[in-house]
Design a protein around this ligand. Sequence first.
Ligand code: API
Length: 277
Amino acid sequence: MMEFSKMQGAGNDFILVNGLKQSFKNLSELAQKLCDRHFGIGADGMMVVVPSETADIQMIYYNSDGSRGEMCGNGIRCFSRFVFEKGIVTKPSFKVETLAGIKGIELTLVDGEVEAVAVDMGSWNYETAAIPVKIDKNEFIKETISVEGKTLEMSAVLMGVPHGVIFVDEIKETETIRLGAAIEKMELFPKRINVNFVKVVNESHILVDTWERGAGKTLACGTGACASVIIAHRLGLCGSAVNVKVPGGELQISIDNEHRVMMKGKAVFVCDGLFYL
Ligand SMILES: N[C@H](CCC[C@H](N)C(=O)O)C(=O)O
C-alpha cells in the first residue's frame, strides 16, 4: 500500500507522494496508474517529494499520461503546502528545485494554516530553440497556424514548460478541447505544447482556458496563466498585475521589472489516503 494526499489548485488536481518515506521504481507508470479517473485515484498529475542538494526540497512532476513535466504552477503551490503542513519543510519561505530551475515560495499563514501560496516562477523565454518550435525564426509571436479547418494566430513562450497563447473573443470549452488537442501534437512543436485560449476583459482581468500537454483539458493551468499574461502584456493587451480567471478558480499573476513572473493562489487539501499498488 502507498500513502498519498490529493490536492487541488484552482481545480487543477494532483496526487502527492512523499518520496522521502517510500521509493518507487517507475514514476511514469505510477503516475498513469494513480491519475486514472476510473482505475486509480484520478488527477491531472502527480508530484513526488524528493531531497535536493541545491534547494530546501525537490519536486518531481508527472502528467497523467505519464510524461514528465519540467514544472507545474498549480502543482508547486500544492506541493509547497504539502511539504509545510507535513513538517518536511518548517519555514514559510523556502526554495523548491524543479527541472525548470529553483523556485522561491512564500506561504501566507492564517492561524498556522496555509491560506495562499506565492511562487517566484522565474523568467520566461521566447526563443523558438528553447520552447521548442520547429521554425526558422527566433520567436513565435502572432504566427498563423492552420488546424482543424481553422486559421488561428498563436504566440509561444517557454514558462518552464512550452505554452501557446491564442486570443479569442469568446472562450468555448468545446473549441479548447477540439483545437487544443490538435495543436498539442503538431509537428511544429517537437516536445508538444500546452495551449491557452485567452479572452482579455480589461487591462487587469483576463479569462484563460487551457488544453494541457500530457493531461488534456484541465480546470486551470498555473504556467499557462503566467504564459497568457506574459504574451498579453507583450502585445499591450494588459498591465503587469493581472487577475486570471480560469474555470476552476482564479490566480493573481504579476510581472516585475526584472523579467520575473510572480504567481499567487490557493492550494487545497482534498484528502489523505492509502493506495493499493
Ligand atoms: N502539462 C504541463 C505541466 C503541468 C502544467 C500545469 N498543470 C500548471 O499548473 O502549470 C506540461 O507538461 O507542460
